[in-house]
Design a protein around this ligand. Structure first.
Ligand code: 5J7
Ligand code: CA
Length: 512
């Protein structure tokens, strides 16, 4: 809290770190590439009833529409204008989504792409999600409007105009990221246009922003833009509430730009968390679950109350970006669920659950040649709706990790133990671990190649508890395994290493 108080002073406002979720709704879910109409329905039918706090949506603004490759997921990271008109839906649908989600207490954070517009070779025409005309070669975006004066041309010192050297701070922030036209955020006009876009979203009721490619923007430019933001809408938020900010800064160490340069502006993504957790759970490089004993700041991660953490994100789940091969995804579902359970049980950071779509993953010489593929779509290119199966899982190619019962129940676990310190850590020096959260919840994980059979102090009141991984509490019985806590707080944890999910988790709300 000390760190935060000091930064709040520097950054000007504490509230940028506050997610504005309802009390005891502690996790964000990223509904990657979902349509607004599907998100609105999901807030009402699933997220609110299951204690999710907020949704990260894909960029809501107008974007380029690419042919080669065919409508890749990353076209949404190439803006054409700030009209709310994207592959996910139009402004009317957006407004309806934000209203309906807020009305059931689920917040919306918009992914905002403000470092750049489309790529320099994006061509000219109306191949944009709303049909707005643009000319990438001439740096002309009349629907904003931006002209060539609004881009960083003179400021970039690299021969190609692209970022060539990540050790040169000026290049990283003033040159083009993989040829994307780099906005001149030093200009009042550009700052004003971006602030106008973000304020439009605030007017519609969003609670905050995921700031894309923050590493490629000067913190002082961002500070000016954020200072121009309105307070949140008083229909849903208390007077004086500031938009929640979390910034995508991929800092794995070894570069002159670091996460800490952004701490004054809001929270920051902790990519080391994702990469390291994957390495540990996969037991690569001699890592063991026992080493998670001092997980968090003890692993040289940023302060917990500044960190936004995740097992995987939309970028590194396809082998792109930070973390590379160690990152766990739904493709490795057994280990993924174990990692997600650990993340959601552990007190470090603000947690974000990934919700993906499936693509035709196909490796050639170790590289997934289909990593570009966009969301499930119809022949006309429109995104398919999220269909639901009778067993509550999703169809039409949507993975819906956030609906996997193990993950959903651990989101609830995190809500129940919110604010409680890590307690009663135990490990076997290898890959069996267990820990509690105060006197409200306890988890045990067996990632060794032999069975776990051990009696541990849980800190919980005596009673019979339902495991929330193999099942849950329903009425007065458990649909899965049970754990019996004795009067002195001890319980026997028996976990076969070959179990579907070698994890047991119990909390106060699952006591019979
Ligand atoms: C930026 C970083 O600072 C970084 O450390 C990193 O790992 C990735 C990026 C990065 O961010 C982007 C943000 C955007 O809004 C749009 C973008 O297109 C990017 C982006 O491309 C990008 O870097 C890609 O991935 C890195 C691993 C490679 O080192 C980069 O060269 C780049 O790869 C390029 O991806 C290919 O070179 C190019 O041929 C291909 O067309 C392009 C496709 O676009 C993406 O993969 C988009 C990635 C993306 C990543 C994000 O973190 C994000 O928030 C949004 C998009
Ligand atoms: Ca830039």
């Amino acid at each position: 809290m000390k760190v935060l108080a000091a930064l709040a002073f520097l950054g000007g406002c504490l509230a940028q770190y506050t997610p504005h979720t309802l009390p005891n709704r502690t996790s964000i879910v990223h509904l990657f590439e979902w349509r607004w109409t599907d998100i609105a329905a999901e807030c009402e039918r699933y997220l609110a009833p299951n204690g999710y706090g907020a949704v990260q949506i894909s960029p809501p603004n107008e974007h380029i529409v690419l042919q080669n490759p065919w409508r890749p997921w990353w076209q949404r990271y190439q803006p054409i204008s700030y009209k709310l008109c994207s592959r996910s839906g139009n402004e009317e649908e957006f407004r309806d989504m934000v209203t309906r989600c807020n009305n059931v207490g689920v917040r919306i954070y918009a992914d905002v792409v403000i470092n750049h517009m489309c790529g320099a070779s994006g061509g000219s025409g109306t191949h944009s999600s709303c049909g707005s005309h643009f000319d990438a070669g001439a740096e002309d975006f009349p629907a904003v409007p931006y002209t060539s004066w609004d881009f960083n041309n003179g400021k970039c010192n690299s021969p190609s105009g692209n970022i060539e050297n990540y050790n040169d701070i000026n290049q990283v922030r003033n040159c083009r990221l993989v040829s994307l036209l780099d906005l001149a955020l030093g200009k009042d006009y550009v700052r004003g246009k971006i602030a106008e876009y973000l304020n439009h979203l605030v007017d519609l009721g969003v609670a905050g922003f995921r700031v894309d490619a923050a590493k490629h923007m000067w913190p002082c430019d961002m500070a000016v833009i954020f200072s121009q933001l309105k307070d949140l809408d008083t229909r849903w938020f208390s007077r004086g509430s500031r938009p929640f900010i979390y910034q995508e800064v991929i800092d794995q160490g070894g570069e002159p730009i670091s996460s800490s340069q952004y701490f004054g502006l809001g929270r920051v993504t902790e990519f080391k968390y994702s990469a390291k957790l994957g390495t540990v759970v996969r037991r690569w490089n001699g890592e063991k679950m026992a080493y998670l004993r001092n997980w968090g700041e003890g692993w040289a991660f940023m302060p917990s109350d500044l960190a936004l953490v995740f097992v995987d994100n939309h970028d590194n789940q396809r082998g792109h970006g930070a973390g590379g091969a160690s990152v766990l995804t739904f493709w490795d579902s057994r280990l993924y669920k174990m990692a997600a359970a650990f993340m959601l049980a552990h007190p470090y950071g603000l947690t974000r659950v990934m919700s993906s779509f499936r693509w035709d993953r196909h490796f050639v010489n170790g590289k997934d040649v289909n990593d570009w593929m966009g969301p499930p779509s119809n022949d006309d290119g429109s995104t398919k709706k999220v269909s639901l199966n009778p067993d509550t899982t999703c169809g039409n190619g949507w993975v819906c990790e956030h609906r996997w019962h193990q993950i959903r129940n651990m989101v609830i676990f995190r809500n129940v133990v919110n604010g409680e310190p890590l307690a009663n850590w135990w490990d076997n020096g290898s890959n069996q671990i267990a820990f509690g959260r105060g006197t409200r919840g306890f988890i045990a994980i067996n990632n060794d190649d032999w069975n776990m059979n051990v009696t541990l102090q849980t800190g919980l009141p005596a009673g019979m508890y339902c495991d929330v991984i193999s099942g849950q509490k329903e009425g007065d019985h458990c649909t899965g395994l049970r754990v019996s806590v004795t009067a002195d707080g001890q319980a026997l944890f028996h976990i076969n290493n070959t179990a579907d999910d070698p994890t047991l988790a119990i909390h106060l709300d699952t006591k019979l």
